[in-house]
Every structure is written in structure tokens, then in C-alpha cells.
Design a protein. Sequence first.
Length: 177
Amino acid sequence: MRSPDAAATAIARGQRGKPRPTDDPHAELTRRRGDEHESEQLDRLSAQCGGHVDLSTESTPRSRGQLEAAAAATATAMRQGAPLIYQGQFFDGRWQGRTDFLRRVPIPSQLGDHSYEVLDTKLARQVKPSVVHQLALYNRLVGAVQGLELTLGRLASVAQRPPCDESGTTSGTTIRP
């Protein structure tokens, strides 16, 4: 059995991460508020887009087989032209990502007369560099499926709570990865 000092040394050397506290009321509050915000966005976007396909799962896909199956379900929903896809999973064999939303847009792609743009929700009031990297990865993974990489992603934060205009465009922060 390793001593507590050995664990602290491994953390200090960057060989392992700090253990997460099991009872963290702040983390629980943040998770709950994030879930509520995402649920509000789902209700709003689904009403605006005319429905949605829900690809969320009980547990996060972890194994290669689970990731491939979830990515295949997302690609199928995209090929079928779902107006809004919730919790789409992507996996290219190396990188994986789970989008909050994919919204169909009238831009031709290998899917037909449509393609998908990435919409992500965050509680943060400012865009962090890690979010830009996240959206860039999502755009690359979505682009591989539809044969077209759009040059932007959209972010709905608590500070902006973006409304949709009559054309179906979500206002808010647009990020060009």
C-alpha cells in the first residue's frame, strides 16, 4: 500500500491528479445549475426548431465500442435530417466529443441540402480558451461526418440567454474556432 506522502509526491510531480472530493456542495450546485440551463435551452431550441432527437444516455460512453455505437447513432440522425440533435456523440478513433446541440442549417453538405452547426451551453459569463478549443474540436468532428466544416460555433451562456429570431438564428456569442 502506498503511503499518503507517496500520493502527495505523485500529485506534485504531475504523475496523477488530485482526488476529487466526494461531497462538494459547490460542485453539486454548479452541476445542478448547468443541467437546468441546458434543459431550458433544450426546451427553447426544440420548440423553435420543431422537435429534437435525444441521444443522451444513462452513462457516458467510455469504451471504444460504446463510443463507436453512439457516434453511429449521431451520424444516422444527421443523415435523416433531424432538426435538432441533443447530446450528439462523435468519435474518430482518437478524439471524441459530445455536443450539447447540433442544429440543422440550410447549408448543403454530403448529408444533402443541410448541414449542422454546433451549439454549446455554458454557465460561465466569459468564454475561456478551453471552450474555444472544445468548439473547434466539435466542428472538426462534425465536419468529418458531413463533409463540410463550418467556420463557427455558437455558445449560449447564462449571461446572454440568447433568443432565436424569426429566421431560426440563435443570437449570442459566435466563436470562430
